[in-house]
Design a protein around this ligand. Structure first.
Ligand code: GRF
Length: 200
């Protein structure tokens, strides 16, 4: 077995968390290498980040297939072809197919821009999360890295870090504060998971 774990990162947008994982991998802070980036959108800026880092990419849209089963099979085959051992969701706005969640049980992570279990679940993504936190008058928010299971934003929490919410904060300023924390904890949490679970 390769000494570095083989990771696929799933994105839908800017991919700043993808970049933090690429940087951590390149500087040896992550005991894994990103072998594949899968995007649900063909215009995601994260694809460019992958290209710049010479990482293969794949745009995956279930609606491009005649049947869901064909789409799932294709994705599974792609993960097998790249010998993917861990999956990191980083701003991926789609649900992973259940067969893949089962196949990669306890080896799929996600990053969420709030302190789960608060402000998670369906509809809680992007600016919606920060708007809800501010509206509720919370004094603190933060970022959470968790294991992905079959329920949205539900799996075991691996790492969390808090930020304070000030009365002047807007959803945009809070998002920026939280994103900074995300970039710090995602590589750390993924590295820890790999070290604890991988049998070398
Ligand atoms: C992050 O806030 C992440 O927590 C959430 O989606 C956002 C993705 O940002 N799941 P980026 O694409 O990594 O810049």
């Amino acid at each position: 077995m390769d000494s570095l774990a083989r990771i696929a990162v799933f994105i839908s947008g800017g991919g700043s968390n993808l970049q933090s994982l690429i940087d951590a991998s390149e500087s040896g802070r992550l005991s894994g290498k990103i072998v594949l980036v899968i995007s649900s959108r063909d215009n995601a800026y994260g694809l460019e980040r992958a290209f710049n880092a010479e990482i293969d990419t794949f745009v995956y849209k279930v609606k491009n297939y005649a049947a869901k089963e064909d789409a799932y099979r294709d994705l599974m085959e792609m993960l097998e072809e790249y010998e993917v051992e861990y999956i990191a969701l980083a701003g991926y706005l789609k649900l992973l197919p259940v067969p893949i969640v089962r196949q990669y049980k306890n080896r799929i992570t996600n990053i969420h821009p709030a302190l789960l279990p608060k402000y998670g679940g369906s509809g809680m993504y992007g600016h919606h999360v920060h708007e809800a936190v501010i509206k509720a008058g919370e004094k603190e928010s933060g970022a959470t890295v968790h294991i992905v299971d079959e329920i949205y934003d539900h799996g075991k929490i691996l790492m969390q870090q808090k930020v304070s919410v000030s009365p002047e904060d807007t959803p945009e300023s809070l998002a920026a504060k939280v994103l900074k924390i995300e970039h710090q904890i995602y590589p750390k949490a993924l590295d820890k998971l790999i070290r604890e679970t991988r049998k070398i």
